[in-house]
Design a protein around this ligand. Structure first.
Ligand code: CA
Length: 237
C-alpha cells in the first residue's frame, strides 16, 4: 500500500455494537474506497478519535455505554471535534427522534434497515456539505494557497512540494494564524493525543517546512517564539 493512497482515502469511523451490522457497513465502505475504523462502544470511539481524526463518523443511536445521541452532543460541544460530520444510525423511525438527533448536532440521520447504496449516498452528501460549509476548501495566506481537496500548496505559479506531515502542519498553521502553540499543543493537534512522538520531532518538521517555503520567502511566516513554541504570522515580532 502506498503512502499516497493511505493519505488520500477518506476515513470513516463506525460506532456500532452489533457486529453483523458493523461488518456489513465496513464491507460496503471499504469497497467504495473508504478507510474504515470500527468501534463497538463510545469509549472505544473516543480512544480512536484521540489517535486520528476521521473525516466522518457513523454513530448508532443504541450503544452499550452511552447513547449515540449523547456522544454526538459531546462531540459537537467540543471545539476539537465540532466540525466532524456525524451521521446517526437508528432503528427509530419516529419524527420526534429524527428532530432530537438533528438538534443534538447530527449532520444527518439514517433509519435501519438501509441499503449500502443509500448509506453511501448520504455519506457523500454530508462530506460534500461539510466541505462546503467550512467554506475553506482553499486557504489563502500572504500569497500562499493551500488546497484541501488536492493537498496542494502553491505560491503564485509555483507548486511547493511538501511531505504529508509538513502539509498537515501547514494546514493547521494556516487555519490558526497569529497564535502561539507549544510543541505539546502542536503534537496534540497535528499528530493526535495518543500518538507517542517526541517533542523534538516537531522541530525537525518545522525545519523541513521552513526549507520548503524558503524559495518563495514564506519561511518568515513560521516563527519561533522563545520559551513558548511556534507561531504562524505575517507580522514580525
Ligand atoms: Ca446498537
Amino acid at each position: 500500500m502506498s503512502l499516497a493512497a493511505t493519505m488520500s482515502a477518506r476515513q470513516i469511523l463506525i460506532v456500532e455494537d452489533e457486529k453483523p451490522i458493523r461488518d456489513m457497513i465496513a464491507f460496503a465502505l471499504k469497497r467504495a474506497g473508504y478507510d474504515v475504523q470500527e468501534a463497538g462502544d463510545c469509549r472505544a470511539a473516543r480512544n480512536m478519535l484521540a489517535d486520528r481524526r476521521p473525516d466522518l463518523m457513523l454513530v448508532d443511536w443504541m450503544l452499550p455505554d452511552m447513547s449515540g445521541l449523547e456522544l454526538t452532543r459531546q462531540l459537537k460541544r467540543d471545539a476539537a471535534t465540532r466540525e466532524l460530520p456525524v451521521i446517526l444510525l437508528t432503528a427509530r423511525a419516529a419524527e420526534a427522534d429524527k428532530v432530537a438527533g438533528l438538534e443534538g448536532g447530527a449532520d444527518d440521520y439514517i433509519t435501519k434497515p438501509f441499503s449500502p447504496r443509500e448509506l453511501l449516498a448520504r455519506i457523500q452528501a454530508v462530506l460534500r456539505r461539510s466541505a462546503g460549509s467550512a467554506g475553506e476548501e482553499q486557504i489563502d495566506f500572504e500569497g500562499l494557497e493551500l488546497d484541501k481537496a488536492s493537498h496542494r500548496v502553491s505560491a503564485g505559479e509555483r507548486t511547493i512540494p511538501l511531505g504529508p506531515t509538513e502539509y498537515r502542519m501547514l494546514e493547521f498553521f494556516m487555519s490558526h494564524p497569529d497564535r502561539v502553540y507549544s510543541r505539546e499543543q502542536l503534537l496534540d493537534r497535528i499528530w493526535g493525543g495518543n500518538v507517542y512522538v517526541e517533542e523534538r520531532t516537531i522541530d525537525v518538521h518545522i525545519r523541513r517546512l521552513r526549507k520548503a517555503l524558503e524559495d518563495t520567502g514564506h519561511d518568515r511566516l513560521v516563527q519561533t517564539v522563545r520559551g513558548a513554541g511556534y507561531r504562524f504570522s505575517a507580522k514580525a515580532d
